[in-house]
Design a protein around this ligand. Sequence first.
Ligand code: FEO
Length: 392
Amino acid sequence: MKPRMIVPDVHYVGAPDFDRKLFDALIPLPDGTSYNAYLVSGRDKVALIDTIEPKKLPVLEAYLASVPRIDYVVSDHTEQDHSGSIPWVLERYPQAQLLSSEPAKSMLADHLGLDPAKIRAVADGERLDLGGKTLRFIYTPWVHWPETMSTYLEEERLLFSCDWFGSHIAATDLFVDGADCVKAEAKRYYAEIMMPFRKTVQKNLEKIKDLEIRLIAPSHGPIYRDPRSIIQAYRDWTDDTPHNTVVIPWVSMHGSTEIMVDRLVTRLVERGISVFPFNMASADIGQLAMALVDAATIVFAAPTVHVGPHPMVFNAVVLANALRPKARFASIIGSYGWAGKMPEMVKAAMTVLKVEHLPSVIAKGLPKPADLEAIDALADTIVAKHREIGVL
Ligand code: FEO
């Protein structure tokens, strides 16, 4: 199998994974994923940019069968879907030097058992001349691990961004023109992987703003031939101002909480707010994560199981804590039979979200007219808060 040309002297040696359905044993991958690796060949030296998930190593082996020499292996990111095949590459090419960011040295040792003495840390901004092809290493921390860096091929104005700007898509086509056709998948990827580090993503966007970029070759999903729209999408997603939207992760056991959710959805829509309800009994948590990227308000809606919140809504709180969305407001609604402390327990679990807590509404059994009026009042409060921050 011959390496596939991206531009002259730059080749693709990665692998699509059509069968992978979960990442990190957590995140649904409806479109599979890919593990992209690239060869850059100068007149004098050859560099391999990242490797691939070890379970796809036979694909990399087949590509490299026709490659007699690799002088440098660049590890932009230590997570094993990119670094996991480095030990095999170093065994096949014993003269190759492994390059990484400084923080990656110990991480590569921790995760792969590599000898840190054999890894050369490159400095932020350092250049490496391969002979007519110049790699520039740009530290881009926290996209999405502390050690992540990007590699810029100056002559081609090509940014190897690793996870940053990636998308979980398995495809045989290598390129996408513009980003519109993969924006949903790229947003899902951003939401699940990058959103917790939104502020550092902003800083990294600022860092590359003057870099002339003709191509972005991430380590998951297609290569962008016109990267402007994916860069702009990242600017939008990381912007501090949320949208005029409300996300409602909910679950209902006997219908009471569902009645309250339906009432709230109706009242919010009547007042000009977009609402994204997710029944946690069946929701795709990737879609929930995507909705959390923009939401100004999150309303958790849970019935009470025994004496506490339904665990599926607790799961949504844990997910929101992990993803740290930019939401400004939160509320809790739901129902109970005999133990009415559910809202306090959900609120106590919101340990990471920096939100203003709006009044909770909890109904004993079926919601009564007064409960539904309280839901209407909550809708009015949300409208007022969205107006206050200028999104409605
Ligand atoms: Fe694609 Fe963070 O690994």
